[in-house]
Design a binder for this molecule. Structure first.
Ligand code: UDP
Length: 323
Protein backbone atom coordinates (compact mmCIF):
# COMPACT_ATOMS: atom_id res chain seq x y z
CA UNK A 1 0.00 0.00 0.00
CA UNK A 2 1.05 3.61 -0.51
CA UNK A 3 0.81 5.67 2.64
CA UNK A 4 1.16 9.42 3.10
CA UNK A 5 2.25 10.66 6.52
CA UNK A 6 1.91 14.38 7.13
CA UNK A 7 4.31 15.42 9.87
CA UNK A 8 6.39 12.35 9.04
CA UNK A 9 9.69 13.67 10.39
CA UNK A 10 8.20 14.32 13.80
CA UNK A 11 8.48 12.09 16.82
CA UNK A 12 5.43 9.90 16.16
CA UNK A 13 5.51 10.33 12.36
CA UNK A 14 9.05 9.00 12.06
CA UNK A 15 8.21 5.91 14.13
CA UNK A 16 5.10 5.34 12.02
CA UNK A 17 7.17 5.67 8.84
CA UNK A 18 9.65 3.13 10.14
CA UNK A 19 6.95 0.66 11.15
CA UNK A 20 5.06 0.90 7.83
CA UNK A 21 8.30 0.39 5.88
CA UNK A 22 8.95 -2.74 7.94
CA UNK A 23 5.49 -3.91 6.84
CA UNK A 24 6.59 -3.44 3.20
CA UNK A 25 4.43 -0.41 2.48
CA UNK A 26 5.54 2.52 0.39
CA UNK A 27 5.82 5.56 2.61
CA UNK A 28 5.53 9.19 1.50
CA UNK A 29 6.27 11.88 4.05
CA UNK A 30 5.57 15.59 3.95
CA UNK A 31 6.93 17.80 6.71
CA UNK A 32 7.96 21.45 6.95
CA UNK A 33 10.48 20.69 9.74
CA UNK A 34 8.77 23.21 12.02
CA UNK A 35 8.94 20.78 14.92
CA UNK A 36 10.09 17.63 13.08
CA UNK A 37 13.75 16.90 12.43
CA UNK A 38 15.50 15.51 9.38
CA UNK A 39 17.68 13.42 11.75
CA UNK A 40 14.56 11.45 12.66
CA UNK A 41 14.34 10.02 9.14
CA UNK A 42 18.01 9.89 8.11
CA UNK A 43 18.12 6.13 8.67
CA UNK A 44 15.12 5.65 6.33
CA UNK A 45 16.44 7.62 3.37
CA UNK A 46 18.26 4.68 1.79
CA UNK A 47 15.08 2.60 1.68
CA UNK A 48 13.70 2.65 -1.91
CA UNK A 49 10.15 2.56 -0.51
CA UNK A 50 10.68 5.79 1.40
CA UNK A 51 10.00 9.20 -0.18
CA UNK A 52 9.98 12.54 1.54
CA UNK A 53 9.06 16.11 0.68
CA UNK A 54 10.17 19.02 2.83
CA UNK A 55 7.29 21.44 2.49
CA UNK A 56 4.24 22.62 4.33
CA UNK A 57 0.90 20.88 3.78
CA UNK A 58 -0.45 24.40 3.15
CA UNK A 59 1.31 24.18 -0.22
CA UNK A 60 -1.80 22.76 -1.84
CA UNK A 61 -0.47 21.65 -5.28
CA UNK A 62 2.35 19.69 -3.63
CA UNK A 63 0.07 18.12 -1.04
CA UNK A 64 -2.57 17.33 -3.68
CA UNK A 65 -0.04 15.40 -5.73
CA UNK A 66 0.98 13.33 -2.70
CA UNK A 67 -2.59 12.63 -1.61
CA UNK A 68 -3.39 11.50 -5.17
CA UNK A 69 -0.47 9.10 -5.18
CA UNK A 70 -1.39 7.38 -1.91
CA UNK A 71 -4.12 5.02 -0.71
CA UNK A 72 -4.28 6.26 2.86
CA UNK A 73 -3.25 9.43 4.67
CA UNK A 74 -2.11 9.59 8.30
CA UNK A 75 -2.53 13.25 9.17
CA UNK A 76 -0.08 13.98 11.97
CA UNK A 77 1.15 17.44 10.98
CA UNK A 78 0.09 19.76 13.79
CA UNK A 79 1.33 22.23 16.35
CA UNK A 80 2.45 20.15 19.33
CA UNK A 81 3.48 20.67 22.93
CA UNK A 82 1.74 22.78 25.54
CA UNK A 83 4.69 25.20 25.75
CA UNK A 84 4.65 25.91 22.01
CA UNK A 85 0.89 26.24 22.06
CA UNK A 86 0.91 28.80 24.85
CA UNK A 87 3.74 30.76 23.21
CA UNK A 88 2.44 30.64 19.61
CA UNK A 89 -1.37 30.46 19.68
CA UNK A 90 -1.85 31.91 16.16
CA UNK A 91 0.40 29.29 14.65
CA UNK A 92 -1.35 26.57 16.65
CA UNK A 93 -4.85 27.49 15.58
CA UNK A 94 -3.96 28.12 11.93
CA UNK A 95 -1.81 25.03 11.48
CA UNK A 96 -4.32 22.74 13.10
CA UNK A 97 -7.47 24.00 11.44
CA UNK A 98 -6.24 25.03 7.96
CA UNK A 99 -3.99 22.00 7.64
CA UNK A 100 -6.78 19.56 8.40
CA UNK A 101 -9.20 21.41 6.09
CA UNK A 102 -6.72 21.02 3.24
CA UNK A 103 -6.10 17.33 3.88
CA UNK A 104 -9.80 16.46 4.10
CA UNK A 105 -10.70 18.48 1.01
CA UNK A 106 -7.94 16.87 -1.06
CA UNK A 107 -8.62 13.36 0.22
CA UNK A 108 -12.30 13.79 -0.56
CA UNK A 109 -11.66 14.28 -4.29
CA UNK A 110 -10.82 10.60 -4.70
CA UNK A 111 -12.23 9.37 -1.38
CA UNK A 112 -8.84 8.45 0.08
CA UNK A 113 -8.92 7.09 3.60
CA UNK A 114 -7.70 9.55 6.25
CA UNK A 115 -6.63 8.92 9.82
CA UNK A 116 -6.92 12.19 11.71
CA UNK A 117 -4.84 12.45 14.86
CA UNK A 118 -6.54 14.42 17.57
CA UNK A 119 -5.53 14.62 21.21
CA UNK A 120 -6.60 13.79 24.74
CA UNK A 121 -6.45 17.57 25.33
CA UNK A 122 -9.96 17.72 23.88
CA UNK A 123 -11.33 16.20 27.11
CA UNK A 124 -10.17 19.44 28.71
CA UNK A 125 -11.29 19.80 32.30
CA UNK A 126 -13.60 16.78 32.18
CA UNK A 127 -13.79 14.94 35.47
CA UNK A 128 -15.31 11.59 34.51
CA UNK A 129 -12.23 9.37 34.69
CA UNK A 130 -11.51 7.34 32.62
CA UNK A 131 -12.38 9.49 29.60
CA UNK A 132 -14.50 7.65 27.08
CA UNK A 133 -14.98 8.83 23.53
CA UNK A 134 -18.61 9.93 23.94
CA UNK A 135 -17.83 12.05 27.00
CA UNK A 136 -18.62 15.79 27.07
CA UNK A 137 -15.64 18.00 26.27
CA UNK A 138 -15.11 20.65 28.95
CA UNK A 139 -13.06 23.60 27.73
CA UNK A 140 -11.65 26.56 29.64
CA UNK A 141 -12.00 30.26 28.74
CA UNK A 142 -10.72 31.72 25.47
CA UNK A 143 -8.19 34.09 27.10
CA UNK A 144 -6.08 31.10 28.14
CA UNK A 145 -3.96 29.98 25.18
CA UNK A 146 -3.90 26.34 26.20
CA UNK A 147 -7.55 25.81 25.28
CA UNK A 148 -7.01 27.03 21.71
CA UNK A 149 -5.21 23.76 21.05
CA UNK A 150 -8.04 21.63 22.41
CA UNK A 151 -10.64 23.67 20.52
CA UNK A 152 -8.71 23.60 17.24
CA UNK A 153 -8.42 19.83 17.50
CA UNK A 154 -12.11 19.53 18.39
CA UNK A 155 -12.91 21.49 15.22
CA UNK A 156 -10.70 19.05 13.27
CA UNK A 157 -12.74 16.20 14.72
CA UNK A 158 -16.07 17.86 13.84
CA UNK A 159 -14.90 18.52 10.30
CA UNK A 160 -13.61 14.98 9.82
CA UNK A 161 -16.82 13.42 11.07
CA UNK A 162 -18.83 15.85 8.93
CA UNK A 163 -16.91 14.67 5.84
CA UNK A 164 -17.76 11.10 6.81
CA UNK A 165 -21.46 11.74 7.39
CA UNK A 166 -22.10 14.17 4.56
CA UNK A 167 -19.66 13.04 1.87
CA UNK A 168 -18.83 9.46 2.90
CA UNK A 169 -15.14 10.21 3.05
CA UNK A 170 -13.58 7.27 4.95
CA UNK A 171 -12.11 8.89 8.07
CA UNK A 172 -10.95 7.60 11.43
CA UNK A 173 -10.35 10.00 14.32
CA UNK A 174 -7.88 9.06 17.03
CA UNK A 175 -7.26 10.87 20.30
CA UNK A 176 -3.66 10.30 21.30
CA UNK A 177 -2.96 10.36 25.03
CA UNK A 178 0.55 11.10 26.34
CA UNK A 179 2.94 9.32 24.01
CA UNK A 180 6.64 9.01 24.76
CA UNK A 181 9.76 7.26 23.53
CA UNK A 182 12.99 7.82 21.61
CA UNK A 183 13.19 10.97 19.44
CA UNK A 184 10.78 12.99 21.53
CA UNK A 185 12.41 16.21 22.65
CA UNK A 186 11.70 18.33 25.68
CA UNK A 187 11.97 21.59 23.74
CA UNK A 188 8.21 21.83 23.32
CA UNK A 189 7.49 21.17 26.97
CA UNK A 190 6.96 17.40 27.08
CA UNK A 191 7.61 16.14 30.54
CA UNK A 192 9.45 12.83 30.20
CA UNK A 193 12.29 13.88 27.85
CA UNK A 194 12.64 17.03 29.96
CA UNK A 195 13.00 15.08 33.23
CA UNK A 196 15.43 12.59 31.67
CA UNK A 197 17.61 15.38 30.26
CA UNK A 198 17.60 17.20 33.59
CA UNK A 199 18.43 14.01 35.50
CA UNK A 200 21.26 13.01 33.16
CA UNK A 201 22.84 16.46 33.26
CA UNK A 202 22.51 16.87 37.04
CA UNK A 203 20.19 19.88 36.67
CA UNK A 204 17.11 20.33 38.87
CA UNK A 205 14.12 18.24 37.85
CA UNK A 206 11.30 20.76 37.40
CA UNK A 207 7.93 19.52 38.61
CA UNK A 208 5.21 22.02 37.71
CA UNK A 209 2.58 22.73 40.36
CA UNK A 210 2.67 20.34 43.32
CA UNK A 211 3.24 17.25 41.15
CA UNK A 212 -0.03 15.61 42.20
CA UNK A 213 -1.39 15.84 38.63
CA UNK A 214 -1.26 12.48 36.87
CA UNK A 215 -0.84 11.17 33.35
CA UNK A 216 -0.62 7.80 31.59
CA UNK A 217 2.35 7.33 29.27
CA UNK A 218 2.25 5.03 26.27
CA UNK A 219 5.31 3.96 24.33
CA UNK A 220 5.38 5.26 20.76
CA UNK A 221 5.82 1.73 19.35
CA UNK A 222 2.47 0.68 20.88
CA UNK A 223 0.79 3.83 19.59
CA UNK A 224 2.11 3.28 16.06
CA UNK A 225 0.97 -0.33 16.14
CA UNK A 226 -2.53 0.74 17.23
CA UNK A 227 -2.72 3.47 14.57
CA UNK A 228 -1.84 0.98 11.86
CA UNK A 229 -4.26 -1.74 13.02
CA UNK A 230 -7.11 0.77 13.31
CA UNK A 231 -6.47 2.06 9.80
CA UNK A 232 -7.11 -1.46 8.49
CA UNK A 233 -10.50 -1.85 10.17
CA UNK A 234 -13.63 -1.12 8.18
CA UNK A 235 -15.57 -0.85 11.49
CA UNK A 236 -13.34 2.05 12.58
CA UNK A 237 -14.60 4.38 9.84
CA UNK A 238 -16.49 7.43 11.05
CA UNK A 239 -15.55 6.76 14.68
CA UNK A 240 -13.35 8.29 17.37
CA UNK A 241 -10.84 6.20 19.32
CA UNK A 242 -8.69 6.83 22.37
CA UNK A 243 -5.14 5.54 21.95
CA UNK A 244 -2.74 5.34 24.87
CA UNK A 245 -1.93 3.64 28.12
CA UNK A 246 -4.12 3.55 31.23
CA UNK A 247 -1.27 3.04 33.68
CA UNK A 248 -1.50 6.21 35.77
CA UNK A 249 1.36 7.97 37.56
CA UNK A 250 1.61 11.37 39.24
CA UNK A 251 4.20 13.76 37.84
CA UNK A 252 6.03 13.82 41.19
CA UNK A 253 6.24 10.00 41.16
CA UNK A 254 7.49 10.19 37.58
CA UNK A 255 10.22 12.64 38.61
CA UNK A 256 11.27 10.27 41.42
CA UNK A 257 11.27 7.30 39.06
CA UNK A 258 13.47 9.09 36.51
CA UNK A 259 15.83 10.21 39.28
CA UNK A 260 16.10 6.68 40.67
CA UNK A 261 16.53 4.86 37.32
CA UNK A 262 19.23 7.29 36.22
CA UNK A 263 20.81 7.26 39.71
CA UNK A 264 20.87 11.05 39.37
CA UNK A 265 21.91 13.49 42.07
CA UNK A 266 19.53 16.14 40.64
CA UNK A 267 17.17 17.67 43.14
CA UNK A 268 13.46 17.75 42.44
CA UNK A 269 12.11 21.32 42.52
CA UNK A 270 8.56 22.64 42.28
CA UNK A 271 7.80 25.41 39.78
CA UNK A 272 4.48 27.29 39.99
CA UNK A 273 2.34 26.93 36.86
CA UNK A 274 2.21 30.72 36.33
CA UNK A 275 5.98 30.73 36.04
CA UNK A 276 6.19 27.58 33.91
CA UNK A 277 3.52 28.55 31.36
CA UNK A 278 1.34 31.65 31.62
CA UNK A 279 -0.62 33.44 34.30
CA UNK A 280 -3.75 31.55 35.24
CA UNK A 281 -2.58 28.39 33.45
CA UNK A 282 -4.98 25.52 34.02
CA UNK A 283 -3.61 21.99 34.14
CA UNK A 284 -5.59 18.77 34.04
CA UNK A 285 -5.38 17.04 37.40
CA UNK A 286 -5.86 13.58 35.88
CA UNK A 287 -5.96 12.18 32.38
CA UNK A 288 -6.75 8.50 31.90
CA UNK A 289 -8.24 6.97 28.74
CA UNK A 290 -11.05 4.47 28.62
CA UNK A 291 -9.56 1.95 26.18
CA UNK A 292 -12.52 -0.40 25.88
CA UNK A 293 -13.54 0.79 22.40
CA UNK A 294 -10.13 0.27 20.83
CA UNK A 295 -9.49 -2.94 22.75
CA UNK A 296 -12.71 -4.49 21.52
CA UNK A 297 -11.74 -3.72 17.93
CA UNK A 298 -8.00 -4.44 17.77
CA UNK A 299 -7.21 -6.04 21.15
CA UNK A 300 -4.66 -3.34 21.88
CA UNK A 301 -2.42 -4.16 24.87
CA UNK A 302 0.68 -2.15 25.75
CA UNK A 303 3.90 -4.12 25.23
CA UNK A 304 6.04 -2.06 27.64
CA UNK A 305 5.61 -1.05 31.27
CA UNK A 306 6.59 2.35 32.59
CA UNK A 307 10.09 1.27 33.72
CA UNK A 308 10.87 0.04 30.19
CA UNK A 309 9.38 3.18 28.69
CA UNK A 310 11.49 5.47 30.88
CA UNK A 311 14.55 3.33 30.14
CA UNK A 312 14.02 3.68 26.37
CA UNK A 313 14.02 7.47 26.69
CA UNK A 314 17.18 7.35 28.82
CA UNK A 315 18.93 5.04 26.31
CA UNK A 316 18.03 7.41 23.48
CA UNK A 317 19.34 10.49 25.24
CA UNK A 318 22.54 8.69 26.25
CA UNK A 319 23.05 7.61 22.61
CA UNK A 320 22.69 11.25 21.50
CA UNK A 321 25.45 12.35 23.85
CA UNK A 322 27.74 9.58 22.56
CA UNK A 323 27.28 10.42 18.85
N1 UDP B 1 5.42 19.05 33.50
C1 UDP B 1 6.29 19.22 34.56
N2 UDP B 1 7.57 19.62 34.31
C2 UDP B 1 8.04 19.84 33.04
C3 UDP B 1 7.15 19.66 31.95
C4 UDP B 1 5.84 19.26 32.21
O1 UDP B 1 5.91 19.02 35.74
O2 UDP B 1 9.22 20.21 32.89
C5 UDP B 1 4.03 18.60 33.79
C6 UDP B 1 2.93 19.40 33.09
O3 UDP B 1 2.58 20.54 33.82
C7 UDP B 1 1.81 18.37 33.05
C8 UDP B 1 2.55 17.04 32.87
O4 UDP B 1 3.89 17.29 33.30
O5 UDP B 1 1.09 18.34 34.25
C9 UDP B 1 2.56 16.53 31.43
O6 UDP B 1 3.04 17.55 30.60
P1 UDP B 1 3.25 17.39 29.04
O7 UDP B 1 3.51 18.76 28.48
O8 UDP B 1 4.29 16.35 28.78
O9 UDP B 1 1.89 16.82 28.49
P2 UDP B 1 0.35 17.27 28.73
O10 UDP B 1 -0.26 16.10 29.39
O11 UDP B 1 0.31 18.49 29.59
O12 UDP B 1 -0.14 17.51 27.36
Amino acid sequence: MKVLITGGTGFIGSHLSEYLLEQDHQVFVIDDLSTGKIENILHLKANPNFHYTIDTIMNVPVTAELVDRCDVVFHLAAAVGVKLIVESPVRTIETNIKGTEIILELANKKKKKVVITSTSEVYGKGKNIPFSENEDLVMGPTHLGRWSYACSKAIDEFLSLAYWHEKRLPVIVVRLFNTVGPRQVGRYGMVLPTFVKQALSGKSITVFGDGSQSRCFAHVSDVVWALTRLSEKEEALGKVFNIGSNEEITILELAKKVKSITASKSEIVFVPYDEAYEEGFEDMPRRVPDLSRIQSLIGHQPSKDLEQIVQSVIDYQVSLVRT
